[in-house]
Each structure stands twice: as structure tokens, then as C-alpha cells.
Design a protein around this ligand. Structure first.
Ligand code: GLN
Length: 544
């Protein structure tokens, strides 16, 4: 049976629990164990799909079409294990299921309550589909003491009791702040946080203490004594120079060893960390630099483009170069003046990412035009591909070309689709229907044209599978007109109806994709589109 590691956070939010969970999973995996990471989100949204990126950061989409928390992206990038719908649950989803069952009458007259009904549902979620795994890591969103997370804490307490100490370990992530005026680190917030957790019936086995300064041995012993944890299991977690150094750093501090020891495992195989040594070697010893301009809408908050940011870094790792990302606000390019040329000229490559809504769209289209006319490597992702098609249509004489996402148009180069084929059969949607969970979501195949640029980028593949998250599609009725003007439709859905990839043979490197390749890129396995895009940027950097 799988062993369970429950990861909670205390003191403040944003301690990097997700990264910690991903790193611990990577370390256990490096020792040969099979791992899976799950995220419990205490909020009441059924999933983060309808939340603004400003609220929640990026929505991470899985192969099976779930819209999930961005931490699942970290999990996948660090372990290579494809996340699934069943790896992310929210209070909203649990209540939705329970209320649906209650309405059906499934509870046979019982009073439906947080304990046992909600806690049982949480436990089932944690335990499901774990037979072939060695470790399941469950990260609880939020901070201990939150009202919302109480049912999750209670479910963990029960599981610890039911499965026993050999089967479950609790890791608590806390903060040891540095008070500059006193010149000291303070352990009191950690003590309080552990006390709060203990009051909920959960005694942590391992403490991971985030700190900006090294934690002196005396403070480690103090934390151990007050928190009832062995001193070696108080793991200092200092700020890391890169997220990709975190697994090696936590390993050096003994995190995986102490977690295994807490399970009573003393004879675990030594970890093979070569993958992480290679990644950090490439990251810290670049042989060049490429500057990429990302023209988007949510540029004020990098979490909104988390996977994109990482995938660009991976493209750099593949080419042994440092990638400087310049986040450019598309709206600035809509104003009068030379702002656009001034900002885009120094770029070695231009990327227009995914997005929603009309705001900034003219600035994105103008950026595509700049990349096309100046021969600057261009990658358009999802909305970015749609903007590239509109730009090409306008340059081909369809002056009114637009997307129906932005309002009624006589030239719907991009339009809403209400029917498409998936593995489960025909999908149908209504215009003006629910927004939650109704986009074209998850993995779909694309058939690549032989001898196309993308077929070469994908190593000669004829069919690829990539993840989608969009409501609108490029209108295949414009295919002939756009191809005559030089924008080739080099990837289509298997039924030939939905454009998946466009490219320009008259340009050094110009690709638009309807899917999100950034979601599948890994530091140790950079996505070919990002590796190719950065390689093209590197060539461009030698020209300018
Ligand atoms: N807004 C566009 C659509 O819904 C693009 C979505 C995206 O970029 N993820 O089709």
C-alpha cells in the first residue's frame, strides 16, 4: 500500500509549499520510488478555471482536461508524472458532489455533515488510485488555522489514525523570520504554528523551516524541543538561487532522509541526482543569452504565466543559454508613438501568449506584424496564434479580420466553436452557456503536414498530442486565403477541421499553435517548440 506524506503550511502563505512538495517527490523518485502528488484546495470554487489569473495565477490544464491549481505544474515539471483530474480537489468540488448525492437521496435520510461526509470524501480523494504507488504526497492549500482548511486537517488527522505511523508522515512548512533590528532569527512563529497544528490533532514529523539566513544549531535545537520534533528533522530551507536548485538543496539538508526515517525506512536506495546536477549545471553556466519579449495582458503578475516562464527557461537549458524574459504590456503598443518599435527592436524573439478578452489584442496583432516584417522569431500560443492569423488575414486584404471573442465581425477569422470531436465523442456547447469547465480542454491530437517546419521541430513526428484550453478556433474557411498569403496550416485536428498549427515558410522562425506547449515542458526534457524557438532567438541575437 502507498505511504502518505501530508504537507501543511504555517505562519504565512506563499512559503513555496508546492515547490517543496514537488522537490520532495523528485528526491523520492530519484531513489527509485513511484510517486504522485495531490493538491487539496480549501476554496469554494469547483476548480480554478473561472478565476482571474490575478487572483490565482495560471490555470494548469492536465491531459485529461482538468483545470487545476498551478502547483500541479510544478509537480509535473519536477517529476515528469502527468497530473490528472483526480490529483486536485477543492472544497467546492467536494460540496458539489455531496449536495448532488443528497439531492438524489443517496444518504437515505441521514443528516449530511462535515464530519463524516465531507471528511470521508476528502479521505477517498487522498486514497483513490494509489495501488501502484510507493508515496502519495498530499499538499493542503492555505495556512494552518484557516477556517476553510479545517475539514482537510480533520481528514488528515483521521487518516493518520487509521493508517498508522508507518504509513503516514506529516511535514509542516513554516517561516523563521529574521528581525533586522535585533539581528536575530525568531522561532516563536514556528512554535505557535506547530501548536496550532497539534491542537487539530496533527503532530508534525518533519519541519521545513523557510529562512533568509542560516538557522544556527541552537535555534534548530530550540525548535525541536518546543515542537516535539527530532533536531535532525528540523530542516532549514534557505532561499534558493533558482527553483531548480531546490531538490539538491533540500537533499543536502536531509529532507528526503528525514522523511524516510520518519516512516522507519533506513535502507532506502541512494538517490540518483544526475538529472538535477545536469539541469543546475546548464542553468548556472550559460554560454550565451537570448532576450525574449512576451507581449501579454497579465504581465504584472508572473504567476499568471508560470508554465510559460518555465518553458522559456527550459528552452534556454536545451541551448545552454540564459533566457531574459521581458514582459511587455500589449496595451502600451496600442498608443500613438514609437513605443512598439522601441520596445521590440532589442528583442531576439517575440512571443504572444494565451489570453482572454479584447483588451490589448490590437497591441498583440501589432507585435505579430513587427515580428513578421522584421524576420524576428515568433511563437504565438493559443490567443497568440489567433492574433497571428488575424494579422495575416489583414495583411492579405481582409481589413476587418477579427475574432468573435471581441464582438460581432464581418470577417470572423477566429470564431466560437460549438461542436468538436474528442476521444469521448462529439462535444457540443451552446453560445452563451456556462463558462466553467466548458472550453476545449485537455489533450487532443494534431496531424502535422509532412516536410513542414513543425514536423522537423517535433523530430519528424506525424501526429502529436498537446493540451488545449480555449473556446474559439481559427476559422478553417480562411485557410486558402491565408495560405496564398504565406501562412501555412501545418497542423490540423485529425478530422481536418480545426487548425492546430500555422507557420510561415517565408520567415526564419514563425509558428503559431492553438494548444499550450508550455504545459508539457520539463527542465530535464525541454519542449521541442521552446528549444527551437530559443535556438532561433540565439541565431537572431548574432544578427542584431
Ligand atoms: N481566448 C481564446 C479562446 O478562448 C484563447 C484562449 C487561450 O489563449 N487560452 O479561444
Amino acid at each position: 500500500m502507498a505511504r502518505y506524506i501530508f504537507i501543511t503550511g504555517g505562519v504565512v502563505s506563499s512559503l513555496g509549499k508546492g515547490l517543496m512538495a514537488a522537490s520532495l517527490a523528485a528526491l523520492l523518485q530519484a531513489r527509485g520510488y513511484k510517486v504522485r502528488i495531490r493538491k487539496f484546495d480549501p476554496y469554494l470554487n469547483v476548480d480554478p478555471g473561472t478565476m482571474s489569473p490575478y487572483q490565482h495565477g495560471e490555470v494548469y490544464v492536465t491531459d485529461d482536461g482538468a483545470e487545476t491549481d498551478l502547483d500541479l505544474g510544478h509537480y509535473e515539471r519536477f517529476t515528469g508524472v502527468s497530473a490528472r483530474q483526480s490529483d486536485n480537489v477543492t472544497s467546492g468540488r467536494i460540496y458539489q458532489q455531496i449536495i448532488a448525492r443528497e439531492r438524489r437521496g443517496d444518504y437515505l435520510g441521514a443528516t449530511v455533515q462535515v464530519i463524516p461526509h465531507v471528511t470521508d470524501a476528502i479521505k477517498q480523494f487522498a486514497l483513490a488510485d494509489a495501488d501502484d504507488l510507493d508515496f502519495v504526497l498530499c499538499e493542503i492549500g492555505g495556512t494552518v488555522g484557516d477556517i476553510e482548511s479545517l475539514p482537510f486537517m480533520e481528514a488528515i488527522r483521521q487518516l493518520r489514525n487509521e493508517l498508522g505511523p508507518q504509513q503516514t508522515v506529516s511535514v509542516h512548512v513554516t517561516l523563521v523570520p529574521y528581525i533586522a533590528a535585533a539581528g536575530e532569527l525568531k522561532t516563536k512563529p514556528t512554535q505557535h504554528s506547530v501548536r496550532e497544528l497539534a491542537a487539530l490533532g496533527i503532530q508534525p514529523d518533519v519541519l521545513l523551516c523557510r529562512a533568509e539566513h542560516p538557522i544556527p544549531e541552537s535555534d534548530r535545537r530550540k525548535i525541536a524541543q518546543f515542537c516535539n520534533v527530532r533536531a535532525e528533522a528540523v530542516i532549514p530551507a534557505l532561499d534558493a538561487p533558482s527553483i531548480y536548485s531546490v531538490p539538491l538543496q533540500y537533499h543536502a539538508e536531509g529532507l528526503d532522509r528525514e522523511v524516510l526515517r520518519a516512516f522507519g525506512i533506513d535502507d532506502a536506495p541512494a538517490p540518483d541526482l544526475s538529472r538535477w546536477h545536469d539541469v543546475t549545471d546548464r542553468y548556472f553556466n550559460p554560454e550565451g543569452e537570448v532576450t525574449v519579449g512576451v507581449v501579454g495582458k497579465y504581465v504584472g503578475l508572473q504567476d499568471a504565466y508560470k508554465s510559460l516562464n518555465e518553458a522559456l527557461v527550459h528552452g534556454g537549458l536545451a541551448n545552454r543559454v540564459k533566457v531574459n524574459i521581458r514582459w511587455l504590456d500589449a496595451e502600451l503598443f496600442e498608443r500613438e508613438g514609437d513605443e512598439l518599435a522601441a520596445q521590440l527592436e532589442p528583442m531576439h524573439a517575440i512571443l504572444v501568449p494565451g489570453g482572454f478578452g479584447e483588451r490589448g489584442s490590437e497591441g498583440k496583432i501589432a507585435s505579430v506584424r513587427f515580428a513578421r516584417e522584421h524576420g524576428v522569431p515568433f511563437l504565438g500560443i493559443c490567443l497568440g496564434m489567433q492574433m497571428a492569423c488575424i494579422e495575416s488575414a489583414r495583411s492579405a486584404g481582409h481589413a476587418a479580420a477579427s475574432s468573435t471573442e471581441f464582438g460581432a465581425t464581418e470577417e470572423p477569422v477566429v470564431g466560437i466553436i460549438t461542436e468538436w470531436m474528442s476521444e469521448e465523442g462529439l462535444q457540443q456547447r451552446e453560445e452563451g452557456g456556462d463558462l466553467g469547465g466548458t472550453m476545449r480542454l485537455g489533450a487532443y491530437d494534431a496531424v502535422l503536414s509532412p516536410n513542414s517546419h513543425v514536423a522537423r521541430i517535433y523530430g519528424g513526428a506525424s501526429t502529436i498530442s498537446e493540451r488545449h484550453r480555449h473556446r474559439y478556433e481559427v476559422n478553417a474557411a480562411y485557410r486558402d486565403a491565408l495560405e496564398r498569403d504565406g501562412l501555412i496550416f501545418s497542423g490540423m485536428s485529425p478530422d481536418g477541421l480545426l487548425p492546430e498549427i500555422v507557420e510561415r515558410p517565408d520567415h526564419p522562425w514563425f509558428v503559431g499553435v492553438q494548444f499550450h506547449p508550455e504545459l508539457k515542458s520539463k527542465p530535464f526534457d525541454p519542449h521541442p517548440l521552446f528549444a527551437g524557438f530559443i535556438a532561433a532567438g540565439l541565431r537572431q541575437s548574432r544578427l542584431v
